[in-house]
Write a protein that binds this ligand. Structure first.
Ligand SMILES: *Cc1c(COP(=O)(O)O)cnc(C)c1O
Length: 223
């Protein structure tokens, strides 16, 4: 299957999920996840109108951002403090902010370099272990506090990778978003739903779905 066909199939899934949930398909942002995909394929997607892509690894994303300055890349993968500088330099947004020490490092760098970068907080309500990253609900207030309302790191929303098969997970995230919006008095977007579970995420009210394999096909891992 080629890229255009896969995207058409995805659009159909999104439309059906929206019909079932009584939502407007236009309200769902489709973020293609291009990790482990060649730049040539990303370029094909750009021709079809996509300009923002999710990446998991700082080095890989930075390389692509340098090679394609006309496109924007969003960091989705775990971020180490010692990679904060290239992350800030090359990514248009960071969705995997999950610790106060990282927030503080990003703030310091953003101030030094006089740049700004919208951030999303990655939340893990299910104790998925540290591999995937994510902040627990209990640790959220301290993390938000550490951002200090800094205009250089505006908080855009919450990102999550709910465990497969846990049906309640997407609703839990939607509830958390509601509560946090109330507490903070600001709108927050919700990014959840991947190739296998975009329907559940749309039903629960996600604003953005992050789609890798259903968009680009299987990832190409070096042998
Ligand atoms: C890889 C990845 C995706 C896309 O996963 P698919 O199952 O290929 O759609 C989305 N979000 C994050 C954080 C990822 O790491």
């Amino acid at each position: 299957m080629n890229l255009a066909d896969r995207i058409e199939g995805l659009r159909t899934r999104i439309t059906r999920a929206c019909e079932a949930a009584n939502r407007d398909p236009e309200s769902i942002e489709l973020l293609p996840v291009s990790k482990k995909q060649p730049l040539a394929l990303i370029r094909e997607a750009a021709v079809l109108g996509f300009t923002r892509f999710g990446e998991n690894y700082v080095q890989e994303g930075a390389d692509k951002a340098i090679a394609a300055p006309d496109l924007a890349f969003v960091l989705l993968g775990p971020l180490q403090r010692n990679k904060a500088k290239p992350a800030l330099q090359h990514f248009a947004e960071i969705q995997s902010l999950d610790r106060p020490d990282l927030a503080e490092r990003l703030r310091r760098l953003a101030q030094e370099q006089e740049v700004s970068c919208p951030v999303w907080i990655q939340v893990d309500l299910w104790d998925e272990a540290t591999k995937l990253g994510g902040c627990t609900e209990a640790d959220l207030p301290a993390l938000i506090e550490s951002l200090g309302g800094d205009a250089r790191l505006p908080l855009r929303g919450l990102m999550a990778i709910p465990p497969p098969g846990l049906e309640a997970a997407f609703r839990q995230m939607a509830d958390l978003r509601e509560r946090l919006q109330q507490t903070l008095g600001q709108p927050l977007r919700l990014s959840m739903g991947m190739s296998d579970d975009l329907e559940e995420a749309i039903a629960a009210g996600t604003d953005q779905i992050r789609i890798g394999t259903a968009f680009f096909g299987e990832r190409v891992y070096a042998r």
